[in-house]
Design a binder for this molecule. Sequence first.
Ligand SMILES: [Zn+2]
Length: 154
Amino acid sequence: MQLEINKYDVLIHDQVLKILENFTQYKRNAPEAGGIMIGKVIDSQINIIKLSVPTQLDRSSRTNFERSKLSAQIIIDYEFFNSGGQLIYLGEWHTHPESSPVPSNTDLKMLQNQFKNNILNTDFLILLIKGTNHIYIRIIDKDGFYEKTIKTIF
Ligand SMILES: [Zn+2]
C-alpha cells in the first residue's frame, strides 16, 4: 500500500498489513496490541517493512497499550545488526478498538517524547494506529506533523 502524506511518500509492505490485520480488535474483548515499525528509506520513499508484535514485557488492556522499552530496544538493535545497518527504527504502531482511529493525548505525547528524546536514524518519526476499518498515520518532523486516515480493504 503506497500513500502520500504531505511531502512524504510511504510504502507499507504486504507483510506489515497482514500483521496489522491479525491484531485488529474485531472481537469485543480483544486487547490493544502494538510495537515498533522497522524499515528503510529508499530514494526518499519510506518503506515500512517489519513490525514487532507484542511481547510479554508489554502491558495491554482493551483501551491501552504500553510497550516495553527494553524489548523494543533489543528488537531495534537485532534488526539493525542483522541487516548490516539497513533496517532502522521508523516509529510506533498499535491498535484501537474503533472504526476510524483517533490518536489519544497519551499517543501524541509519546510520539513527541520519542522524537525529542531518542537518537533516531531518521529526521522524522511515524505513528500508525490500526482501527477496525481505517489506518491512521501521523508523521512528525522538525517542521510539524502530517496525518492521514485511509480505509483498509481486505
Ligand atoms: Zn492509542
